[in-house]
Write a protein that binds this ligand. Structure first.
Ligand SMILES: O=C(O)CCC(=O)C(=O)O
Length: 329
């Protein structure tokens, strides 16, 4: 493959923030022009969903936003009525999937044999009650397994912020740093409170869902910043007492062997305009002869050669060597 790609790597500060806190912020991951272009597209989805009957005071949650030739489901969070929403043809969402400001960081953390499992646009209007319970990401109802306090990274989720969120209580993305290893903290109010603020329904009874949760941090971000976090990090969305409709995109990268999250496949219209790396990221190159992505070879994962500077076989050798060095007694 003669394609060239540039990858920004993690800085030492980002690496130590990731290890310690389970998340990291990539400042200015998007330029002002990119923020403006993506905002137009999110506003368009917001508008279309209102025309389809969505209450604008409820959250916009549009998934599978990359493929304008297929239908994505929009699910307002508080009334459970889903409506089919099809994005206008546009490449702005697609162009984010291999953006040089984050793809290298994602590959450093989870490897380059990956796909984009989920692409979502979110608008969080003002709300006097919290918008989402405390939870971890990944499989439900049984979480990804945790062994001796460690859960592997299987679901690398990145949020691209399109509005400034400079103050608390603006529906901020809120985390408990370090909880990807330490687990959910013991609360001064006790177990019952913990079960309420993690419950699918009961969390709405607690106005300030992060109050009294040891270590809880509402992230203050600027439009253009991105936040990448570990599937095992506890997070929630508190109330939004501002008059700002918080807008952002959430993209999730997973290993190639995992099932796609927000779609069963991609339209031929979408894949026809993608290069091999984008086709890999869409999950299009995993076939029976790549063992469903478990063992993708170069054919199923051209990103490996571009990111590692060597192909599948050489990368496998390096991975084996590292593993044996780290585990042999
Ligand atoms: O939008 C946010 O800030 C977080 C969303 C969230 O927690 C989720 O969808 O799992």
């Amino acid at each position: 493959m003669d394609e060239a790609m540039t990858f920004k790597r993690m800085s030492p500060e980002q690496k130590s923030q990731w290890d310690k806190d389970g998340y990291l912020v990539i400042k200015n991951a998007l330029s002002g022009e990119e923020v403006a272009e993506l905002t137009v597209e999110v506003d368009r989805l917001d508008e279309t969903s209102r025309r389809l009957g969505r209450n604008p005071d409820l959250m916009l949650h549009a998934v599978n936003i990359i493929d304008s030739a297929t239908e994505g489901l929009f699910q307002p969070e508080q009334d459970n009525v889903g409506t089919i929403l099809r994005p206008e043809p546009c490449d702005a969402f697609l162009n984010l999937i291999d953006h040089p400001n984050h793809l290298g960081v994602v590959c450093e953390l989870i490897g380059s044999a990956i796909q984009l499992s989920w692409a979502e646009a979110v608008v969080r209007p003002p709300s006097p009650i919290p918008a989402n319970r405390w939870h971890k990401d990944g499989s439900k109802p049984y979480y990804f397994p945790t062994v001796e306090g460690k859960t592997p990274l299987q679901w690398a989720r990145i949020g691209f912020f399109l509005t400034d969120v400079p103050q608390p209580d603006m529906g901020n993305f809120t985390v408990i740093p370090g909880s990807h290893r330490a687990g959910f903290p013991k609360l001064p109010q006790g177990l019952e409170h913990a079960l309420t603020i993690t419950s699918y329904t009961d969390f709405k009874q607690i106005d300030q869902i992060d109050a009294g949760v040891p270590g809880a941090r509402q992230l203050l971000l600027q439009a253009g910043d991105a936040v990448l976090f570990h599937n095992s990090l506890w997070h929630c969305v508190p109330r939004n007492t501002s008059n700002v409709r918080r807008k952002n995109l959430w993209y999730v990268y997973t290993p190639l062997w995992m099932r796609l999250g927000d779609r069963m496949g991609n339209s031929p219209e979408l894949t026809a305009k993608c290069n091999p790396v984008r086709r890999q990221l869409l999950g299009e190159l995993t076939h029976a002869n790549t063992n469903g992505g478990i063992h993708p070879f170069d054919e199923g994962a051209p990103l490996i050669r571009l990111f590692e500077g060597q192909g599948f076989v050489e990368t496998m050798g390096a991975v084996d060597q590292e593993y044996i060095r780290a585990t042999q007694r």
